[in-house]
Design a protein around this ligand. Structure first.
Ligand code: SAM
Length: 273
């Protein structure tokens, strides 16, 4: 019976052969629809409203096309906050939360001037803006589409200390004006095998020629824009630690420290001017 929840649980199970995580994602989706959790846990024979049936059917057709669950829901969790996402921006990754965690542990002025380069959905800048309301945060992206999404998130969270601008990296930043520069730039090479799985995310958020060009360009501009002893922090690909270390050194940075993510992979690097 197509009006019963049980029918759709059975349908999800039939699709497991081709879609390994569909049962988990379907449960997540039902929670987002605010279907009572007891009905979900018990796979109850609950009668669904027309509205819910429509949404559940469009879940199955989007899922079959490989559209990620966050885009289907239009929502992604990052650092315990919910962000609106669609195919104009990269879906925030759990390992990127490490940047925010590390920055919260830096000893910075209460009113630190911070710039995030390549902000996408705005998740890093906005999470930091909420948690450090006295920071003055500027966040940029080259993509006008991405900035539209970032602005939706700014309104959603009613943050007043974050400003978004469109720019190719950071040439606008006044020399010696910033305490901290943050970036999770595109870092895959155009040949990277992971791209096959990322067909719905914006390519401009993922790829940099030779994988490290974005780190070189940002580092060379950042060393000028930072105050003396100002800091830079990057997320990078798990095999890029040595290359990014060299880029930072060659650009004039000192005290370079590297950290690993939850999987023990090299992921974060930070340094001082
Ligand atoms: C890996 S995504 C990071 C998005 C977000 N900060 C996050 O961590 O989820 C990289 C972002 O850099 C932006 N970008 C790419 N090239 C850029 C450039 N030359 N100047 C500014 N932003 C750029 C992309 O549009 C994309 O939003």
């Amino acid at each position: 019976m197509k009006s019963r929840l049980k029918f759709y649980f059975d349908k999800a199970r039939e699709l497991i052969v081709d879609h390994q995580f569909i049962a988990r994602d379907f449960t997540y989706f039902l929670n987002a629809l605010e279907i009572p959790s007891t009905a979900i846990v018990l796979e109850d024979d609950l009668k669904l409203s027309k509205n819910h049936i429509g949404k559940i059917n469009s879940f199955f057709s989007s899922y079959a096309q490989g559209i990620p669950i966050d885009y289907i829901l239009g929502e992604s969790s990052f650092f315990d906050f919910k962000f609106y996402v669609d195919s104009r921006v990269l879906i925030p990754r759990p390992e990127t939360e490490l940047i925010v965690e590390r920055v919260l542990n830096f000893s910075l002025d209460l009113n630190a001037h911070v710039l995030e380069v390549g902000t996408g959905s705005g998740c890093i800048a906005i999470a930091l803006g909420i948690l450090r309301p006295h920071f003055k945060i500027l966040a940029s992206d080259l993509s006008a589409d991405a900035l539209e999404v970032a602005k939706i998130n700014l309104q959603k969270h009613e943050v007043s200390n974050v400003l978004f601008i469109r720019s190719n990296w950071l040439p606008y930043a006044k020399p010696g004006s910033l305490d901290l520069i943050i970036s999770n730039p595109p870092y895959l090479t155009p040949e990277d095998g992971h791209l096959k799985e990322l067909t719905h995310e914006p390519i401009s958020a993922l790829i940099s020629p030779n994988g490290t060009k974005s780190f070189s360009e940002i580092s060379q501009q950042a060393i000028i824009a930072l105050k003396p002893n100002g800091r830079i922090i990057f997320e990078h690909g798990y095999s890029q630690r040595l290359e990014v270390t060299k880029i930072l050194k060659d650009s004039g940075f000192k005290n370079i420290i590297s950290e690993q993510d939850f999987q023990g992979l090299d992921r974060l690097i930070y340094a001082e001017k």
